[in-house]
Structures are given as structure tokens and as C-alpha cells.
Design a protein around this ligand. Structure first.
Ligand SMILES: Cc1cc2nc3c(=O)[nH]c(=O)nc-3n(C[C@H](O)[C@H](O)[C@H](O)COP(=O)(O)OP(=O)(O)OC[C@H]3O[C@@H](n4cnc5c(N)ncnc54)[C@H](O)[C@@H]3O)c2cc1C
Length: 595
């Protein structure tokens, strides 16, 4: 099984102030035989049913996408996280993340599937009554019915709680009348079940409703013409005195925004998983192409310019993967602990995910940006063919871009990651201020150069521990200096968010390789990935730290903090050109991404 009983429980966000032993984290190398088989089943599905149909999917051939979802449902792929009682197979979160990752390579199909299994199914699974779950989730899990989630409106995107769609109770009290308009709704064109967010009367907060396709007063706009994911149905949904039975109110009146936020927490980390799958697929194609294309009498995979790109694509993907599965297992562990404390399964899963909402926001941003880097370099490696609509990079490039926009834009997720950290500190849930004060004290002291020379992992741990100090110092300084004005200084928060993200991912990749080294003999390739990431992360953290500190500090305080930042992000010089050569050798000789 995936959990180790002797683990010390860690809270969300606590990574910044606590050391995590490597053996406590889940790494993809820990997959069980059963999990590998599930992953293979997903891969086979893509190979047999999705990849041969990519053009037809993008042309929106009538009935194709719903039939693919139906087929996936028959194989059990839509019910991975749904309990057996509702026709699912009830697997844990890391397993559902694995299927999300593998299927994430499926372009528009991946989006339709994620929307259906995530935002289309989970609100009802987690917040529905027994009768609602039996009626809807049982059919969504098999693919008999398809689901979608209607939150966004023309005037309410990032500010999702500001929607104008209204619900009023009918005079006889039997149903609500919904009036309004939703926009950008994935799967709307063929969905049978719509989870719709609307305010009842003049409520301040949203409520949520389960709406069926056939309800009077529901109509659809035309398909949107999009930059990418062209095969994914995206439409407006209109409600004109749409009659929704009172028993289809989901959860309680006014609870909709909470539902939306909690489901988005899950969606964010899942998006990270899907981006990984897409990135690995692009890396494989780029390696294959560079091993076939000759210029100046040599394969382009022999050129350093191409090799360093392939290596960096792998570095970012591998590191993002480390963070994604680390946090996924944290969610499983927290869920288990809540259930052991007497909480029911649905609530425990929600609480477990909420606990790691900071990590989920970080992963959403990191993985989507890693994917954008990967597809961009993928196009470049293909040269002119990268720009051809006949070759695969065109679709990969266009389809990747949406990931930085939906499930909360990357700006919103960056802002949220820092905001959630600070709020937890204010509430006394995270001892950040004590840790920040300790770092501030350290700034005044002379650095300790004594002690034995650490081994390679010891050195990397020292670097990551320095990164944490850099974040604590900059964030602590910003809070102290700007106080309540900090929330208005988005540029500073975004820089702090980058520092936080780089620190989490750097630690995750280090822990992954450290754990792996205890399991297998030779990890020099993985070490090269970790060292490259961490070395570059030091620069990125240093840069973001300077931006933040220069924006809020002055005089001696600024000088002191900048010196501290330099100290906390100092890493020994290493030859990353050589490290990337080692990584590229492995990719090119194996002709595939194999980490
Ligand atoms: C293809 C596609 C599929 C989608 N699927 C669904 C779906 O199934 N269901 C659903 O409900 N929604 C869906 N969405 C909507 C999506 O979640 C929103 O587009 C997204 O949340 C951003 O909202 P917006 O488009 O209104 O952008 P806006 O909120 O207008 O943002 C515009 C820009 O301003 C920035 N910004 C906004 N507010 C702030 C702030 N406070 N501080 C700093 N910067 C800010 C944003 O980061 C962005 O860069 C989908 C969108 C697309 C394009």
C-alpha cells in the first residue's frame, strides 16, 4: 500500500517550517503492481481510442466525445475516485492522480474527462444527499450520464462569487426558478447533469443546484471557437425560468461558494497531474523527432543546443511530478486521519484536500508553466515542422495554454498560495511568525562555517533549508513593513509566491531522489535532475527575493535583507552543462522520457 504507518503527520503549508524525512513522501517509483496496471489500462485506452481520433475529436465529430467518455466509463475510468456503492472503484487519491496523469496526454479528451470526473461529478459525490448520489453519481461514474460545472459567468470569472444568476422559490414551494447565464462551460454541449451556482434571492453567497439537461428553461449557446482544446465542448448555458425541483438544491442554501472553492482545490492539483502527462508525451515526441531529423549531416539530437532543451524539459517535469505526488499522498494521509477521527469519507476527503490547498495552488502553477515551457521547446525542436498544423507540436502547443487560465488563473493561484499561508499563520495554525523571527535573528549573527563537509544530499538539504529562510525572511519583512497594505501590493505577493513555489518543488525533487537512493543503487541520473533544478531554483528565488525586498525595504534594513538573501540562496557552483548532458544522454539513448 502507499502509506507508511510510522510517518509523522504534516499539515498543509508546514513544509516551510518543518523538515520532511525522505521516507515519508510518496514517490512515483512506489507504484504497486495494481496501480501500474490501472495506468497501463489508461495508456491502452489512449492508444486505441483517443490518439487515432485526435483530428476527428478536434473537428467535433458528432457524438464522438460522449461516446469516448461512455467507453471510458465502461472500463471504470470515470469512477476511479467514486465509491463502489455508486458504481465506482473507490481508489485513493494518488491512484486517481495517476490515471489523471496518464490520460492527461489525451488533449481535448483529457479536458472532457477531467471536467466530467472532477468538477462534473465531485460536487454531487461530496455534498449530495444519499438520494442525489444514487440518482446522479451512479450514472456519472459509468458514463451513462455526462457532467459539467457551471460557475463562470460573463461578468464573474476570477471573482466567482459575484455571479448574477438568481434562484427564486416558486409560490408553491416545489421548485426554484433559475434565471441567468453561464459562460465557458466545459462539456456543456453533451452534458446530462449541470451543477449550477446561483444566488437565492438577494443572498450574499452562492448556492448550488443539480440541473438536468431536460429541465424546462435550460438552453445552450453555440460552441465557442477556441485557440486550443478544440474538441472539448465549451458553451454558454442559459437559464430562463428554468424549473429546478427543491430536492435538487445541493448541500445547504448559501453553501455554494464553499463547494466551488473546495472542488477547485481538487481540480487544481489534478490539473497539475494532467499537465505532467501532457508534458511527458511532448518530451517523448521531441526526443523521437530529434533522433530522426538530420541537419548538417548529423542527427539534431547530437547538438548541445537541442540536448540542453530536452534535459531542461525533463528537469522541470520530473520536479513537478515529485511535488504533485508528494502532495497527493499528503491528501490521502490527511483524509485517512480525519476518517480515523470519525469524519465521514466525503467530508474527510474534502478536508484532506483543503488542508493541502496551498500545495495544490503551487502545483497548479508549477505544472502548467512547466508544460508551457515543454511545449514551447517542443515546437522549437521540431523547427519548421513545429509550426506545421500537420505535425503534433501544433496541437500540443495550443492545447497546453488553457492550463494557466482555468481552475483559477495562475495569478489568482499565486496570490492565493501566499494569502493562505499568511492567514494560517494569523490564525495560529502555522508557526510562521516565530520561524520568521528566528531567521531575522540569524541575519544579525555571523554564519557558522564549522562542522563536517556534508554529503551530496546533505548539501542539497542545506540549500533547501536556506531557501526556506529566504522565503520566511522576505515574507516576514513584507508583513512587518506593509502590514494590511500587503494585500494591495500584488507584485510583492507574486514574487513571494514564486519563492514559495520554487522552495516546495526544490524540496520535493530532493526528497524524491533521496528516497529513491535508499531503494535502488545508482541514482546519478536522478541526482543530476535534482541538482540542476535546485541550482537554478536558487537563482530564481534570489531574483524573486530581490524584487520583493527592493519593493518594500529601505536603507540599512534593505541592505541587511539583501545580504541575507544572498546567503540563504548561496549554492556551490556546479557544472549544469555537464549535468544536462548526462540527462540528455539518457533521454536520447533510450529514445524516450524514462525517469
Ligand atoms: C476553455 C475554457 C473552459 C472553461 N471551463 C469552465 C467550466 O467548465 N466551468 C466554469 O465554471 N468555468 C470554466 N471556465 C472559466 C475559467 O475558469 C475562467 O475563464 C477563469 O477563472 C478566469 O476568469 P475570466 O475568464 O473571467 O478572467 P478574468 O477573471 O476576467 O481575468 C482576466 C485577467 O485578470 C487577472 N485577474 C483577475 N482578477 C484578479 C485579481 N483580483 N488580482 C490580480 N489579477 C486578477 C486574471 O489572472 C487574468 O489574467 C473555462 C474557461 C475556458 C477558457
Amino acid at each position: 500500500m502507499t502509506s507508511t504507518p510510522q510517518k509523522t503527520a504534516i499539515k498543509g503549508g508546514e513544509f516551510l517550517i518543518r523538515e520532511t524525512p525522505a521516507q515519508d513522501i510518496f514517490i512515483p517509483e512506489d507504484w504497486t503492481e495494481e496501480q501500474r496496471m490501472i495506468a497501463q489500462m489508461c495508456r491502452d485506452f489512449l492508444e486505441q481510442s483517443v490518439f487515432p481520433n485526435l483530428d476527428a475529436i478536434d473537428q467535433m465529430d458528432a457524438g464522438l466525445m460522449p461516446s469516448l467518455l461512455q467507453k471510458a466509463g465502461e472500463l471504470g475510468l470515470l469512477g476511479i475516485s467514486v465509491p463502489e456503492a455508486y458504481n465506482g472503484i473507490g481508489k485513493d487519491f494518488v491512484t486517481s492522480m495517476l490515471t489523471t496523469e496518464v490520460l492527461g496526454a489525451g488533449h481535448s479528451f483529457a479536458v472532457a474527462l477531467s471536467a466530467h470526473t472532477g468538477i462534473g461529478t465531485l460536487p454531487i459525490l461530496y455534498y449530495g444527499t444519499e438520494a442525489q448520489k444514487e440518482k446522479y453519481v451512479s450514472k456519472l461514474a459509468t458514463g451513462e450520464w455526462k457532467g459539467c460545472y457551471c460557475l463562470t459567468e460573463p461578468g464573474a470569472g476570477s471573482d466567482a462569487n459575484s455571479g448574477k444568476t438568481r434562484a427564486t422559490l416558486s409560490a408553491d414551494g416545489t421548485h426554484y426558478l433559475l434565471n441567468g447565464q453561464k459562460m465557458w462551460i466545459t462539456n456543456a454541449g453533451f452534458a446530462d447533469v449541470f451543477t449550477v451556482f446561483a444566488k437565492i434571492d438577494a443572498d450574499a453567497n452562492l448556492s448550488a443546484f443539480i440541473v438536468e439537461k431536460g429541465y424546462e428553461g435550460l438552453s445552450l449557446g453555440a460552441e465557442e471557437h477556441k485557440m486550443g482544446i478544440k474538441g472539448s465542448s465549451t458553451r454558454q448555458v442559459f437559464f430562463n425560468d428554468c424549473k429546478v425541483p427543491v430536492e435538487n438544491l445541493l448541500s445547504e442554501r448559501g453553501n455554494g461558494f464553499k463547494i466551488a472553492v473546495n472542488i477547485l482545490n481538487l481540480g487544481r492539483i489534478k490539473l497539475g497531474g494532467a499537465a505532467l502527462g501532457a508534458a511527458k508525451e511532448v518530451i517523448n515526441k521531441a526526443i523521437n523527432y530529434s533522433n530522426e531529423r538530420e541537419q548538417f549531416g548529423r542527427l539534431i539530437s547530437k547538438y548541445g543546443a537541442i540536448r540542453q532543451k530536452l534535459a531542461e524539459m525533463a528537469v522541470r517535469t520530473y520536479s513537478s511530478e515529485a511535488a504533485t505526488y508528494r502532495a497527493s499522498q499528503n491528501i490521502d494521509d490527511a483524509t485517512k486521519a480525519y476518517m480515523e477521527g470519525g469524519m465521514d469519507e466525503a467530508m474527510a476527503k474534502l478536508k484532506g484536500t483543503e488542508q493541502f490547498a496551498i500545495e495544490a495552488a503551487i502545483i497548479k502553477v508549477h505544472a502548467s508553466e512547466a508544460l508551457d515551457y515543454v511545449v514551447d521547446e517542443g515546437v522549437q525542436i521540431y523547427g519548421g515542422m513545429g509550426y506545421s498544423a500537420e505535425a503534433p507540436m501544433d496541437r500540443a502547443y495550443r492545447d497546453a495554454r488553457i492550463n494557466r487560465i482555468f481552475e483559477g488563473t495562475n495569478e489568482i493561484n499565486r496570490l492565493l498560495s501566499v494569502d493562505m499561508m499568511l492567514k494560517r499563520a494569523m490564525k495560529g495554525e502555522l508557526a510562521l511568525m516565530v520561524a520568521a523571527e528566528k531567521v531575522a535573528g540569524e541575519l544579525m549573527s555571523i554564519p557558522d562555517f564549522g562542522g563536517d563537509e556534508p554529503d551530496a544530499f546533505g548539501k542539497l538539504h542545506n540549500y533547501v533549508s536556506g531557501f526556506k529562510k529566504a522565503v520566511l525572511m522576505a515574507a516576514g519583512g513584507a508583513v512587518q513593513k506593509l502590514m494590511e497594505k500587503l494585500s494591495k501590493e500584488q507584485e510583492v505577493i507574486l514574487a513571494l509566491a514564486d519563492m514559495l513555489m520554487e522552495t516546495y518543488v526544490a524540496e520535493s525533487v530532493l526528497l524524491r531522489v533521496e528516497k529513491l537512493s535508499g531503494q535502488t543503487g545508482d541514482t546519478h541520473l536522478q541526482m543530476a535532475l535534482a541538482q540542476t533544478y535546485i541550482y537554478d531554483a536558487a537563482d530564481r528565488i534570489h531574483r524573486a527575493g530581490r524584487i520583493a525586498i527592493n519593493a518594500f525595504a529601505e536603507g540599512d534594513e534593505k541592505r541587511m535583507m539583501l545580504m541575507g538573501l544572498k546567503r540563504f540562496t548561496k549554492v556551490e557552483e556546479i557544472n549544469t552543462v555537464a549535468l544536462r548532458k548526462t540527462i540528455a544522454d539518457q533521454l536520447i539513448s533510450g529514445n524516450r522520457y524514462s525517469f
